[in-house]
Write a protein that binds this ligand. Sequence first.
Ligand SMILES: [Zn+2]
Length: 278
Amino acid sequence: MFFGSHVSIRSGYLHAAETAYKLGATAFQYFPKNPRSLKIKKWQEVDAQNCASFCQKHQIKSVAHSPYPSKLIPESKEMETYVMESLYNDLQIAESCGSIGVVVHFGTTKKNDILEGYRKMIEMLDCILEKWDGEAKLLIENNAGTGTDMGITIEEMIQIRSLVDKKEKIGFCLDTCHAFASGLWDGDNWKTLKDKNLSYFHHLDVIHFNNSKYPYRSRKDRHANLMSGHLNETQMQQILNDSDLEQIPFILETPKDNSMSHQDEITLLKEWRTHYRT
Ligand SMILES: [Zn+2]
């Protein structure tokens, strides 16, 4: 299986992959560039390719996460251009690092016009992907539902994907904390959720494996580490040990609660996995 955490690219992409490897991980996530800005990055191609080769050699899967301001429903025409150019830049970096794709959050809009929001989102995705011919995909992540009703159901994910021209370039990222907080997954309905939404799970490429600081349906996006939070071990293990997800990277975006490091959590994931199997 593929486990890992979010790692820093402060010392480059290859270094990020090496860090993941040292943590005992077989997967990792990184910000392709400064997470707080949409500024286009001129990346070091050699470093990115070294990262790709290192990952290939050690069978590590990686995924990029777009910067926070990458909103698929931008508030202005000016922002729209920035977001599109930035996401294209993220796709290029992900491609040279040999990553699966770029995680981007499902769009939200403050206006009451949700339908117009979906339309805008599809238009944005079409514009970005029109000129994209790489392997890396855009991976749409489900929202926790803070201040919005958008992007919290599986139907919306499927629908958006089906309306995009190059749908083969769209995959999904399921965040377990968001799924729990939004009311999508109550901790015990995993099998039902899967059986009802096969086409979603068919295009699921990444799992953000986070516990939740707040209860079911709280609509709060606050990640907790594996051993704290409102999801118990059995509930987390049910997803972790789903044999349909063996090829999908599980990425921890957990805080350092209870003085548990990512390395401790990766070790714990391996234990949970072995324990469950035997
Ligand atoms: Zn996430």
